[in-house]
Write a protein that binds this ligand. Structure first.
Ligand code: IPM
Ligand code: MG
Length: 371
């Protein structure tokens, strides 16, 4: 029996999910061997695959397994098979939003760091991504994605040319405590970094943003050693491509964070590089920031690195295995430094024999860990 043991709930989901999660498990098993730790896995259904098997995107059994685990590793959910605009049909994304809510995972951390070897595959000129090292702290269980919503039919005047028609709404609501805890999380994170927090809102228009800003400053008063900068979300979208190195910690509302983190991921060259940790007061969940990429599913070419870097975050935040996490980060960096690339991060300078598939990329990282 190893010194430590942890139970991990695996949620492979849809599309490329099952392919990339296998690589992450390979990495975990290797780490377990090297650091005298046993990882026990239980696989469960989430997303489209769960809809097909049970009729719901988040089966009760999945939630039970997740809650009984020490950490959850999720790959990705969704695909054209389940795409629908019919509000009465189940959607894979409900599984994802549901498990975040049920586990109370209000803080989503998305670190964006440039790997030296990949600075030329960034969508910006390499001199503009020099020194980029930020973390986006996205509020994950409130705001627009969880607000009251509805679609109404036969609403007088809502149709074309004054006829009756459809109308829909979503609401962006935040309670004081929800803002307080996420902003505090961001300030705590900033203390271990460069002590700068950009609090991103749309306070020139939205009431929820004005409350956000007020609470953010109240929290900031407890952190005189950390600088707070208010920034409007449209400006942040622009600043991220103008001068991304200015950011240390960004904290923001659920949808703003969703959008800004996809944008920021391109600084690193590919959405396939961006990991994320979703933390709350109980079991945490780790997942890549990218989706299920149904267009390349089962082709064996998906980049497993974001999924593998999610394991790095799991080792750090859930198991306190910092040494193993550092070794894993280094292994990924070394593999990239040697020129190995999956298709999404390959460029004109990549040698054809160094363009590898999903499994080979996982193997290379495992080999580095063992070296
Ligand atoms: C993400 C994804 C999800 C989100 C979708 C799939 C619901 O885009 O994790 O960023 O919006 O949170
Ligand atoms: Mg997203």
């Amino acid at each position: 029996m190893a010194k430590n043991s942890y139970k991990i709930c695996l949620l492979p989901g849809d599309g490329i999910g099952p392919e990339i999660i296998v690589e992450a498990v390979k990495v975990l098993d290797t780490i377990g061997g090297l650091y005298d730790t046993d990882f026990f896995y239980t696989e469960a259904l989430l997303g489209g695959i769960a809809i097909d098997a049970t009729g719901t995107a988040l089966p009760a059994e999945t939630l039970e397994i997740a809650k009984g685990s020490d950490a959850v590793l999720l790959a990705a959910v969704g695909g054209p098979k389940w795409d629908t605009t019919d509000p009465t049909k189940p959607r894979p994304e409900q599984g994802l939003l549901g498990i975040r809510k049920e586990l109370g995972l209000y803080a989503n951390l998305r670190p964006v760091k440039i790997f030296g070897a990949l600075k030329d595959s960034s969508s910006l000129k390499s001199e503009n991504v020099e020194g980029v090292d930020m973390v986006i702290v996205r509020e994950l269980t409130g705001g627009l994605y969880f607000g009251k919503r509805d679609r109404m039919y036969d609403v007088p005047g809502a149709g074309i040319d004054g006829a009756a028609g459809m109308r829909a709404y979503d609401t962006l609501e935040y309670s004081e405590y929800e803002i307080e805890r996420i902003v505090r999380h961001a300030f705590e994170a900033a203390r271990g970094r460069r002590r700068k927090v950009h609090s991103v809102d749309k306070a020139n228009v939205l009431e929820s943003s004005r409350l956000w800003r007020e609470i953010a400053h109240r929290v900031a008063a407890d952190y005189p050693d950390v600088e707070i900068i208010d920034q409007l979300v449209d400006n942040t979208a622009m600043q991220l491509v103008r001068w991304p190195a200015q950011f240390d910690v960004i904290v923001t509302e659920n949808m703003f964070g969703d959008i800004l983190s996809d944008e920021a991921s391109m600084l690193t060259g590919s959405l396939g590089m961006l990991a994320s940790a979703s933390l709350g007061d109980g079991t945490a969940l780790y997942e890549p920031s990218h989706g299920s990429a149904p267009d390349i599913a089962s082709l064996g070419i998906a980049n497993p690195i974001a999924q593998i870097l999610s394991v790095e975050l799991m080792l750090r935040y859930s198991f306190g295995m910092d040494e193993a996490a550092d070794a894993l980060a280094k292994a990924v960096e070394d593999v990239l430094d040697e020129g190995w690339r999956t298709k999404d991060i390959a460029d004109a300078s990549t040698l054809p024999q160094k363009t590898v598939g999903t499994t080979a990329m996982g193997d290379l990282i495992v080999e580095k860990l063992k070296a």
